[in-house]
Ligand binder design. Structure first.
Ligand code: ADP
Ligand code: MG
Length: 362
């Protein structure tokens, strides 16, 4: 081994070091004794960054955390022994960032002289991917619903027609009791078919974005609360609602807002296991209307927080579909609003619904 490596730990200088510094990922290089011989600029920054002058020439064991070293040491030794790269399959979370790691053998003079460890910060990329997956799934779901609704409309019309024909035959029956029964069955079929038709129509309408509608926030909250009064998830839930007078209308169709408020309130009721306090507060800030729904249940676990708005994500697979918050967010965003989980010191979860207020025409 080159003895000078011990005295002058930095094996790279000039252009070589500058090239490493220019790379958009953080990396370091260790020699066979697991001493750091290169440490690029990106590796100096961020939540796990350390200044280069404090690490060069030192054993990696003194630089990483005990836990970090325990994980990385066997991997580095394996790369030295096998000469094969190790791409991390799991991802590392540090300081709220997500990294993808890789350890690459550096072959010099016919043997693995060093190992290069690189960390790619994939936080933004992953967030974007998740958003794309989520909106893809929702779009697919919307298409599916519209498709099914459309397919049901035709056979339904056929069934209704056949039922009418059958009924008119039976209505010619000589027995008055049979005629009466035929009439009551016909009415039943008419009623149920009508219900299905309305359902199909409303499904098709849901899949189509509505624009230019306005909702009275206070009235929507009141109507949802009326509905929840008798719901088992709200058996012993106290609702404290604070609505300022003369709140301007919100730019969203009332049915969508109702669906959103209902989904969030039901989640709160379920999280509190049917007893606790739900505080609903509306306020107005500039061009926005804000509706906070805060419960005093267990709150949303930290590990779960990044996922609660993803379609089909649920922590109660038996009860929930995992679509409540995903659809709520999609409805709100379509109307120029949003819904977020608000961090809070107090116990429980607080969801904030932001809406655009309808601008008065002049
Ligand atoms: N008020 C709340 N308190 C605690 N956790 C909540 C609350 N609201 C939502 N969550 C979490 O978010 C997840 C997703 O909610 P949602 O999309 O409505 O699906 P579902 O209610 O079907 O589970 C829930 O499974 C739960 O883990
Ligand atoms: Mg739900």
């Amino acid at each position: 081994m080159a003895p000078s490596a011990q005295r002058s730990p930095e094996i790279l200088s000039g252009l070589g070091a500058a090239i490493l510094d220019a790379l958009p990922l953080s990396l370091y290089v260790v020699d066979r004794d697991l001493r750091v011989v290169a440490w690029n600029r990106a590796r100096e920054r961020g939540p796990i960054g350390k200044p280069r002058r404090r690490v060069l020439g030192r054993p990696l064991a003194q630089i990483l955390t005990a836990e970090g070293y325990r994980q990385v040491e066997p991997i580095l030794r394996r790369v030295f022994a096998s000469g094969e790269a190790h791409e991390e399959t799991s991802e590392t979370r540090a300081g709220g960032r997500l990294y993808h790691g890789g350890r690459l053998p550096v072959v010099h003079g016919g043997k693995v002289s060093h190992v290069l460890a690189k960390y790619d910060d994939i936080t933004e990329r992953r967030a974007l991917e998740m958003q794309v997956i989520a909106s893809d799934r929702l779009a697919f779901l919307g298409q599916l619903v519209a498709g099914v609704a459309h397919e049901i409309a035709n056979p339904l019309a056929g069934v209704a027609g056949c039922a009418e024909a059958l009924a008119s035959l039976a209505l010619q029956h000589p027995e008055p009791a049979v005629r009466q029964e035929a009439e009551s069955f016909r009415d039943l079929v008419r009623g149920e078919v009508g219900r299905c038709e309305r359902l199909v129509k409303s499904l098709l309408e849901t899949a189509r974005p509505k624009i230019g509608e306005a909702a009275d926030v206070a009235e929507t909250v009141r109507s949802v609360l009326r509905l929840l009064e008798r719901h088992p998830a709200f058996a012993r839930v106290k609702v404290v609602s604070q609505m300022p007078d003369a709140l301007p209308p919100a730019q969203i169709d009332p049915d969508s807002l109702r669906q959103v408020v209902l989904a969030v309130a039901l989640n709160a009721g379920r999280a509190m296991k049917g007893s606790g306090t739900l505080r609903i507060r509306a306020s107005r800030t500039g061009a926005r209307l804000v509706l906070d729904l805060a419960d005093n249940g267990p709150g949303v676990a930290r590990a779960v927080r990044p996922h609660i708005f993803e379609p089909f994500f649920t922590t109660s697979p038996g009860e929930g579909s995992g679509l409540g918050l995903a659809i709520a967010r999609s409805l709100l965003r379509r109307a120029g609003g949003d819904i977020v989980l608000v961090p809070r010191r107090a116990r429980g979860a607080c969801f904030r619904i932001a809406l655009k207020r309808v601008r008065k025409r002049t």
